[in-house]
Design a protein around this ligand. Sequence first.
Ligand code: HEM
Length: 489
Amino acid sequence: WDINQHWEKKGIKHCKPVLFFGNCFPIVLNKKSLSDIIGELYNKYPKEQVLGFYDFLTPRLFIRDPELLQKILIKDFTHFTDHGFEINSETNPTDDQLFVMNGSRWRAFRNKMSPIFTSGKLKDMYTTMSSCGENLIEYLKKRENEDIDIRELMGLFSMDVIGAAVFGMDPGTLKNPDCEFRVMGKRLTETNFQNILRFWLLLAFPKFFQKLGISFQDNIVNTYYGKLIQQNFEYRKEKQVYRNDFTQMLLQLKEKGKVEVQSWDSNDDYLKTNEPVGNIEQYEITDNIILAQAQSFMVAGFETTAILLAFTLFELTQNPEMQEKVREEIFEQTKHHGGFTYEALKNMKYLEATIKETQRLYPMVAYLFRACTKDYELPDGYVIKKGDHIAIPVSAVHLDPNNYPDPKVYRPERFLEPIKQGIYLPFGEGPRICIAMRYAIMVMKYGLAKFLMHYRAKLSEKTKVPLQYNYRFFTPVPSNKIMLKIEKI
Ligand code: HEM
């Protein structure tokens, strides 16, 4: 059929697709992960600059060449400004999040939202995390003689932290793991049939998805968090409450009424120049847009942080000497800075390296999304057309032995020295890099340090090793529990 001939006709190397399922059939069968499939394609054609992939019916061009990859993400970003998603903001206003915004509208909002994550603001937010840290230790104290489900624990912790960051107060999920706030968060990230289907529809048939007006998040959860955030907004306005949190900063943005950016016509490098030519485009900041951003912060922070913390602790149980090294560093820095302060945490370099190494081995995204926004010619004459879907194969780049010797070995030391640009992409790269990267790193370091300064962790015999995965999701989600035994320091 013609739909499966796309890459054949273009002369781009690819793996044979299955009708309607493209290259994703093994995922549907739960036989291979997306990262496995991309890795096979990447390793099969080591000399190619680009490779063809079928996300079900959507052809996606994978960038394999390291130099080209950097050009697309950074230098020639003006040709690839969008992620390539289509949402229906009329039927689903809270889907209108920065991640799916396009072109100059994205630029305008990104510019105005970036100051939320400056180091000064992060330092202020460090204090909001402290009660969550205390609750983490309280939780563990009560369970010193039990096996701990570490993903569950870190899920509760990350939910408390992000809840505190959005609402300015501790939502108390560690104290009460069955509370509605947690139940709803779990529902959002659960790898159930509905969520998996929704995700693949969004990925594989973006236009169809938009036409049907499907939200990329569960509607019940959308309504729940939407209401909570809305009530929080109203309470603050009415009582004139000021807190150091995301809501406060978003509300300040809302007061501006609009964001603006200079725009050029689509043939110009409208994001590249600072010359004051072209029109000033203005975008209204509505209540719904603010709500959508607050909601996206919560969703982005829940599961990613929890899984990465669980994987890091898992790896540290497999490498006890590394666990001791991290602990020594935590005590050393805490002593040096007169307590477990923001500065102490910032200086825990080996701790940070363990998290970085976890993110290399278990990136939360198998590939980065880009859509071509302006035709782009490759050195060999192949033209990427406006509207084409592009992907950067994060997991394959992270496991390439040319980038990392013994790529499957967990070795945090790799990150004690600066590494080459373009080979480490867990938060993306270039102007569209994760806006909250430094915040997310701070939260993960905090959670891990707090745990390790009070407890030594060992793997429980109840944990099946090697870990098993649910392959039907975009991220590496363990299908069995990671159970730990803890010992008080
Ligand atoms: C460990 C946790 C996290 C990981 C691994 C992660 C990863 C990513 C990645 C890969 C992207 C796409 C980057 C690209 O296309 O180049 C992204 C974008 C984004 N992330 Fe994160 N993220 C994390 C935590 C967070 C948190 C906590 C927040 C909010 C508080 C957040 C907010 C966002 C937003 C708003 C975008 C869209 C940026 C844009 O399109 O301009 N992320 N993240």
